[in-house]
Design a protein around this ligand. Structure first.
Ligand code: C2E
Ligand code: MG
Ligand code: MG
Length: 912
């Protein structure tokens, strides 16, 4: 990891931390606020409850106190005796009456220490007083009596401070030492409230005794708490007890702004309960309003909201401080932690850098001399280092490589890649082959051995990458070589067999036909034997080229064996096309082949089989096509044959023939026939041609065309040939010894014999063994045979002619030989092939026979026509001055015995 990456990571972790911190702070503040709000509600609820309890309690006590007072007042006013006394005293104020009244009233004053009792008449005049003196005129008792009468019960007046002199104002200030409260109990005649009051008993209550202490009593230390007793009369409210914060204001109505809700509003409506509102000072308060039972009195207990909430201010401050401390503390811890992380990361980086550098130095030392590409990666597969060979192979500088993963260099799918990783994790090492990308996008094949290595505390991936381009190419070359013929470059037997298999499958799917052609060059071995292998190679390559040029791109030609070619033609339309193609091959192959100093001619025999008609089995098809090719050979070569099912029988027959042929010589089954050769000028038999026959024990007489090719192919011809030569020479010796004219004997030499190194020696041996003069022996060689290698042919021929043996070119005109070479050969005779003689007729314009005869004459060679069957042919040949003739017209080939008879009869030709 480089420094930039670390810094980036740190920056993002910082942002994350800050965000976390902000979130944490917000949470703490929120919790603080919730806690504060909860506390506030608890305090307010507590305060309200206290207020409510306080108010209820006081109300209850006041009610009790009041009832007691009222009851006592009622007791007095219900005393008719007292009422009488008062009535009398009102009219006549004497001491006796006064004493009687006092005696009646005194028990009513009781022991609770009230100031005094007044008795006033209906004119508000003091009649008498018990206890302290009182200035009645100062107070409007008449109004109070009226109110009491209206209320049907004694009336408590507001608390007041009686003035000490007459100059005092109507609303004296409250003197705490002289506070009074009047209980005005009207006195009715006969205690009938419907009557006009006679006056009233005024009990001057000392509020300091009970009421004011009760009002001022507050169970907790509260600076703003106060209780006020008010009375509601109609829609008027009168304060009965003094206010705490306004002196002398007992009766003074201080009205807070009307929009603010006050306890007075509750009382006005006759409502009781808890209120959060404003008081007479326009201060925010919590108040409890309670109605005093059985009265129009209301108890208002209140306390300033500010006082109630005062502890909240402290709590708030405490919470705020706590929050600040928590946030500050956590912030500090986080900051310290982050600084530490920062330091650790950087330290780790530098440590890693150091380790990397050490690793790289070690790695460089270890890998610089390696032939392999060596790449070192971290645990994530990111390249850390690569040796020079890797840098060169990838074509990228190390800085660029270090930004890549090894995976990016491999041409691998995701599945292979994950498999590779799994193996690496399981076995600590893995081997795999892949293609590697170069900088330019090209690829090269490699084999990779990847393994985990421990470097210090770190686990690294080491990949040893072997460039296997050369090996792959070599393997490709080997594969190509294994499937191709080195001489022609054509596919070989293996490849075409493979392709044939595929073509058969394809044909099955597509319902199409595939043709297989098997070409075997006729007597190719002769070329190799006579002209040498390089000439043979040239012929093969030329023919390969010709076949290849005659084919479509989709067709395949393979060299199947020495002189064998296999051709695969897929998707054929009709069989006739294949026949045309086979003819085309026959034609292109028979064209002269230029070997530099000479031209050679070769023909081919072609076998054809069709898949799936003949078979859909590769091996079987190849067997069939070979059979068909042999059939074409048997049919005289230079032709094509389609495989037919009965060919198999022919093949097995041929096989049987070959087996019995090997035993034929030992079993003495060969017989030599002789066909006379007649000189046209004299009409005499001047010689004969030895023609072999096989007297097969089961098949009867087998003609040479049926077994000579097999003998040639199997090599048996050398032995058989020498046997024939010996028979022919011996027979002729016998005839000569028997006194027959000096006949010559022509013996056929096959190409294989002609090229046999021991031929000359064997011929001499036979001549000596049979005591037969060489000058009577004529060897017949075929035209094409002599042309394979002109120089060695000439040498062999020279050796024979030097001994006096004649050489005749057999089947002249069929071998496409170059006539220009003819004069070079030390030959004595040309033997015109019977196919030309066969065509001779009077109306024939064919110039071939006259040309051959003229040529022979020019070259001073004897010329013999073979296959003369008609007189017409004879006449033509005579006209053309042909020297010799041979054919059925005179005689078929005859066994020695018959030929002896022929000689004995000395049949003279009647050709003159
Ligand atoms: P070839 O050397 O050209 O022999 C001439 C062939 O023509 C003989 O056939 C002969 O019977 C046949 N023939 C002669 N006159 C007539 C005629 O008027 N009409 C017809 N239709 N045929 C005539 P054969 O004996 O069947 O031999 C065929 C070939 O077999 C020979 O052709 C020769 O190439 C080969 N052959 C025969 N005997 C030997 C042998 O001893 N050694 C070798 N190497 N080849 C032999
Ligand atoms: Mg012959
Ligand atoms: Mg012939």
């Amino acid at each position: 990891m480089n420094l930039d990456t670390i810094n980036n990571k740190l920056a993002s972790s910082k942002t994350f931390l800050v965000a976390c911190f902000a979130l944490f702070s917000a949470l703490v503040v929120l919790v603080g606020l919730i806690f504060y709000a909860y506390q506030r509600d608890t305090i307010i609820t507590g305060a309200k409850n206290n207020l409510s309890i306080m108010s209820d309690l006081k109300a209850h006590q006041i009610s009790h106190w009041r009832q007691e007072r009222i009851s006592r007042a009622h007791l007095m006013t219900a005393n008719l005796y007292l009422l009488n006394l008062i009535q009398q005293y009102n009219q006549q104020q004497n001491a006796d009456l006064r004493e009687k009244i006092i005696q009646a009233i005194e028990p009513g004053i009781g022991g609770d220490g009230d100031h005094s009792i007044f008795l006033i008449n209906e004119n508000n005049q003091l009649l008498l007083h018990i206890g302290a003196a009182h200035r009645c005129a100062e107070r409007d008792y008449a109004a109070m009596i009226a109110q009491a009468q209206q209320a049907h019960e004694p009336l408590f007046g507001p608390i007041y401070s009686p003035s000490t002199n007459a100059e005092d104002s109507n609303e004296p200030s409250i003197n705490r030492r002289h506070l009074h409260m009047d209980l005005v109990t009207p006195i009715y005649r006969n205690n009938d409230p419907e009557q006009q009051p006679l006056g009233a008993i005024i009990s001057v209550i000392d509020p300091d005794k009970f009421l004011l202490p009760l009002m001022q009593l507050w169970p907790t230390k509260a600076t703003s708490a106060e209780s006020v007793l008010v009375r509601k009369m109609g829609d008027k409210i009168t304060r009965l007890t003094p206010l705490r914060f306004i002196s002398g204001g007992t009766m003074t109505a201080i009205t807070p702004p009307s929009e603010l809700e006050t306890p007075g509003d509750y009382v006005t409506l006759g409502k009781v309960g808890l209120l959060a509102g404003y008081d007479y000072r326009s201060e925010r308060i919590f108040a409890a309003i309670t109605k005093i039972a059985k009265s129009n009195w209301f108890m208002i207990s209140k306390i300033d909201r500010a006082e109630v909430l005062r502890p909240l201010a402290q709590l708030g401050a405490l919470i705020a401080v706590t929050i600040v401390l928590i946030i500050g503390g956590v912030g500090m811890i986080m900051w310290l932690w982050w600084r530490r992380q920062q330091a650790i990361s950087r330290a780790l980086h530098y440590e890693q850098e150091l380790q990397n550098r050490t690793i790289i130095t070690r790695f460089d030392n270890l890998t610089k001399n390696s032939n392999d590409l060596i790449v070192l990666c971290n645990e994530d597969g990111v390249i850390i280092d690569a040796n020079k060979q890797a840098i060169a192979a990838y074509g990228q500088p190390i800085e660029e490589l270090r930004q890549k993963k090894l995976r990016a260099m491999c041409d691998m799918g995701d599945t292979e890649c994950s498999l590779m990783w799994r193996q690496l994790e399981q076995h600590n090492e893995t081997n795999f082959a892949s293609m590697q990308f170069r900088q330019d996008g090209s690829t090269f094949p490699v084999e990779i051995t990847a393994s985990w290595i421990k470097v210090g505390e770190r686990r690294l991936l080491q990949a040893i990458i072997r460039d296997v381009t050369e090996r792959t190419e070599a393997a490709e070359l080997l594969r190509h070589q294994a499937q191709h013929d080195p001489l022609t470059g054509l596919p070989n037997r293996t490849l075409i067999t493979d392709r044939l298999q595929q073509a058969i499958f394809k044909g099955k799917r597509q319902h199409s036909q595939t043709a297989l052609l098997f070409l075997d060059l006729d007597r190719f071995k002769n070329i190799n034997d006579t002209l040498g292998h390089s000439a043979g190679d040239k012929v093969i390559t030329t023919i390969a080229q010709r076949i290849h040029n005659s084919l479509r791109e989709t067709d395949t030609v393979a060299r199947f064996g020495g002189d064998e070619f296999m051709i695969l033609v897929e998707n054929i339309n009709n069989i006739a096309d294949i026949a045309t193609l086979a003819l085309k091959f026959i034609d292109v192959i028979r064209q002269p082949i230029d070997l530099g100093e000479q031209e050679v001619y070769i023909t081919t025999s072609i076998g054809i089989s069709i898949a799936p008609n003949d078979s859909d089995n590769t091996d079987q098809l190849i067997r069939f096509v070979e059979t068909a090719m042999y059939r074409a050979k048997d049919m005289g070569r230079n032709n094509y044959q389609f495989y037919t099912s009965n060919m198999n029988a022919h093949t097995s027959e041929r096989l049987a023939l070959e087996t019995s042929l090997r035993k034929a010589l030992a079993n003495n089954e060969f017989v030599v026939y002789y066909q006379p050769q007649i000189e046209l000028s004299s009409g005499k038999i001047v010689g004969s041609e030895a023609l072999v026959r096989w007297q097969h024990p089961q098949r009867g007489l087998v003609p040479p065309d049926d077994f000579i090719p097999i003998a040639e192919e199997t090599g048996l011809i050398t032995e058989i040939g020498m046997w024939i030569l010996e028979q022919a020479c011996r027979q002729n010796s016998q005839w000569q010894a028997a006194g027959f004219p000096e006949l010559s004997i022509a013996v056929n030499l096959s190409a294989r014999q002609f090229l046999d190194r021991n031929l000359q020696r064997d011929v001499w041996d036979i001549l000596q063994r049979t005591n037969f003069p060489a000058k009577y022996l004529e060897l017949e060689i075929t035209e094409s045979l002599s042309m394979f290698d002109v120089n060695s042919s000439i040498a062999i021929m020279d050796a024979f002619t030097a001994k006096g043996i004649s050489i005749a070119i057999d089947d002249f005109g069929t071998g496409y030989s170059s006539l220009s070479h003819l004069h070079l050969f030390p030959i004595n005779k040309l033997k015109i092939d019977r196919s030309f003689i066969n065509q001779l007729s009077s109306d024939s314009n064919d110039l071939l026979v006259p040309t051959i005869i003229a040529l022979a004459q020019q070259l001073k060679l004897k010329v013999i026509a073979e296959g003369v069957e008609t007189e017409q042919q004879l006449n033509i040949l005579r006209k053309l001055n042909c020297h010799l003739i041979q054919g059925y017209y005179f005689s078929k080939p005859l066994p020695a015995h018959d030929f002896t008879e022929l000689l004995q009869n000395s049949i003279k030709l009647t050709c003159k």
